[in-house]
Design a protein around this ligand. Structure first.
Ligand code: C2E
Ligand code: CA
Length: 634
């Protein structure tokens, strides 16, 4: 008659249901006992008609209070088992006590009062048995104690009516117990179905919160976790980091999704290896990961964690099918220093990531107050640019690209200028990214390209035009078709035009970039890779893109005559371009010393302030031979 302890969920359910029956059960016992005692007040001694029921009431009230206190608690299976076992033992004692007490009154009453005792025992006993429906073992104990006492006592009394009653009680008890058994089987079946359902729901919830590729938490779980950490943070620092891989897309495109997936898995593993108990890593989607650092250390240590992560991502990945190298940039922001709510905390980390990718790719950057000002300025820029009259406010300046062997102008690079009536002159470094973000860049490119081509119409036939395209221009076939239409209707020989694209443009969507480049090349235009050396192009990518030129970034040119590292880089880039049969323009030449050094290295095409900054169309005649000015006038 012990309580089975194997099924923990069933134990908890038994505990819960029984605790809801406890008040009713003790109410029945106490009220019925006092009702019986009352009928014996004048007949039985006071210790039997008052003291004992009072003592039993106290005990029952004590148990009732104990159960009442634990009614909202969710017990552990061990606690539930202990409580139910104690109930078993207590039920035996209480049933015995009540029965003995009630039968002790028997000699003091007349026939009616004795009948009342039998009635009390039968009705209270059956009521209690029903209350023990979730605990069949206890119901059995109560039934056995009650019936044994009842049947033996009243049979001995030898009164036929009582013997009949004892038989009735026995039969009803057996029937009731059988019914309880059936009910209990349904009850335990329902509990086990519920347990299975809950387990399945928990598993579903777990899977819904998991990134199936890396096994890390997914985007949804990241934000749930962030909400929780934020609500618990109080005045403690909470950091959010957003990580974006540099160079993942070309690897995915070139080597296929199998390698891409393996790379993402390994990235997830490396990030997890660096996480401690307070750092929580998630994959937001694609090649974007995120982390939260609860109770985060000071800025310097947070940044050093960020740099550790970047260093781990820079280490080559030896995968089954290929060994690849990428890098990752991280934007970080910290509550409460740099954000007041969860959304701002995430957005600011994301903004820092964007800045880190723009200015210090492959490293960690912490959001700061300067960024707040920049965001406000950007917001204003967005608003003014979206309302600007591009046709009248935009202009194109030109910077000559010179052949240093004979000082001849080979081409001009077209550079956008925006003169806003509201903001004044705005640098293209500021407004081009804004135009890209607000989806205005295609319109901007069209206006600028038309203006540049209109100017180039007046130049000698052998002077080319170099025009920069943005990532967005080559990431859709519609954009390229529009550009092709503008070139064809300009009347200019497409072979005079070079389109400059940056490495990041190709990283965005390598396949589409390649297709766009091929379309442009079919027209006869050249393709120059701008800012070469600053990104992550591999030689195989360069080859796959069939470029015609590379432009060596000005960061390598500045002071190259006194900086051996820059000197070596420019030297090898020149050798590379010549080996691959590509033209090479060296950007940003500012001094005679730089020019001399480049000349010694065999550089031919040069662009930079040494010759001229970008100038308006009206000033370019001085870079052209005298006879071409006649052409311009004509
Ligand atoms: P970029 O393509 O690298 O353009 C060269 C930038 O370097 C120009 O800045 C030019 O003025 C500057 N520069 C040229 N020579 C020197 C030099 O000797 N020293 C130094 N320190 N700088 C030199 P700008 O005109 O402000 O353009 C900045 C960037 O804006 C460009 O970089 C390009 O990425 C973007 N951009 C400009 N015009 C356009 C355009 O029409 N379309 C697109 N998509 N982007 C453009
Ligand atoms: Ca350029």
């Amino acid at each position: 008659m012990s309580v089975p302890s194997g099924n923990t969920e069933l134990l908890k359910a038994q505990f819960k249901v029984f605790s809801s029956h406890v008040p009713l059960m003790y109410s029945i016992i106490i009220i019925n006992a006092w009702a019986l005692a009352f009928t014996f007040w004048s007949a039985a001694p006071v210790w039997l008609s008052v003291h004992i029921p009072a003592f039993l009431t106290l005990i029952c009230a004590g148990r009732l209070v104990l159960w009442w206190r634990s009614r909202h608690k969710v017990p552990t299976p061990e606690q539930a088992h202990k409580a139910l076992t104690r109930t078993n033992q207590f039920a035996f004692l209480l049933t015995s006590g009540l029965t003995i007490w009630a039968l002790s009154l028997y000699p003091y009453g007349d026939a009616y009062m004795q009948g009342n005792i039998a009635f009390f025992l039968a009705i209270t006993g059956l009521g209690v048995i029903i209350c023990f429906q979730p605990l069949p073992s206890t119901a059995f104990i109560v039934a056995i104690v009650l019936n044994t006492a009842f049947v033996s006592y009243f049979s001995l009394a030898g009164i036929t009516a009582f013997v009949g009653m004892a038989l009735n009680l026995l039969l009803v008890s057996i029937g009731l117990l059988l019914m309880l058994m059936v009910q209990f089987r349904h009850f335990s079946g329902a509990v086990s179905a519920q347990t299975k359902l809950e387990a399945a729901n928990r598993e579903n919830a777990r899977l819904a919160n998991l990134d199936s590729l890396t096994g890390l938490a997914n985007r949804r779980q990241f934000f749930t976790q962030l909400d929780t950490l934020f609500s618990e943070a109080g005045s403690r620092r909470l950091a959010v980091g957003v990580i974006d891989l540099d160079g993942f897309k070309p690897i995915n495109d070139l080597y296929g999704h199998k390698v891409g997936d393996a790379l993402l898995r390994e990235v997830g593993q490396r990030l997890s290896d660096l996480a401690d108990s307070k750092t929580f890593i998630s994959r937001l989607g694609g090649d974007e990961f995120a982390l939260t650092v609860a109770d985060c250390p000071d800025d310097a240590r947070l940044l050093s964690l960020g740099e550790q992560i970047c260093a781990a991502l820079r280490t080559p990945f030896v995968l089954q099918d290929a060994t690849v190298q990428i890098s990752g940039s991280i934007g970080l922001s910290v509550y409460p220093q740099q954000a007041t709510d969860v959304q701002q905390l995430y957005e600011r980390a994301d903004y820092a990531l964007y800045q880190s990718k723009r200015t210090n790719r492959g490293h960690a950057l912490l959001f700061s107050t300067e960024h707040v000002l920049a965001i406000e300025e950007n917001h204003r820029l967005e608003q003014v640019l979206s309302k600007a009259d591009l046709e009248t406010e935009l202009a194109v300046f030109f910077q000559p690209i010179i052949d240093i062997r004979n000082q001849k102008t080979m081409a001009f690079e077209a550079l956008a200028r925006w003169s806003s009536p509201v903001l004044g002159r705005v640098s293209p470094d500021d407004f081009i990214p804004v135009a890209e973000r607000i989806g205005l860049i295609s319109e901007l490119t069209c206006v600028l390209l038309k203006k540049a081509l209109a100017a180039a119409c007046h130049w000698p036939e052998d002077v080319g035009l170099s025009f920069s395209l943005s990532t967005h221009d080559i990431s859709s076939s519609d954009g390229v078709a529009t550009i092709a239409g503008i070139i064809l209707s300009s009347g200019i020989d497409p072979r005079r035009i070079d389109f400059e694209i940056t490495e990041t443009a190709m990283m965005y969507d390598f396949k589409q970039a390649k297709a766009s480049i091929e379309t442009i090349k079919r027209l006869g235009c050249g393709i120059a890779l701008d800012d070469f050396g600053t990104g992550y192009s591999s030689l195989s990518q360069l080859h796959a893109l069939s470029l015609t030129k590379i432009k060596i970034d000005r960061s390598f040119v500045s002071g190259l005559h006194e900086n051996p590292a820059s000197y070596k880089i420019v030297k090898s880039l020149l050798a590379l371009s010549s080996d691959m049969g590509l033209g090479c323009v060296i950007e940003g030449v500012e001094t005679r010393e730089e020019l001399d050094a480049l000349e010694k290295l065999g550089g031919i095409l040069v662009q930079g302030y040494f010759y001229s900054p970008p100038v308006p169309e009206t000033e370019i005649a001085r870079f052209l031979p005298a006879d071409s000015q006649i052409r311009k006038a004509g």
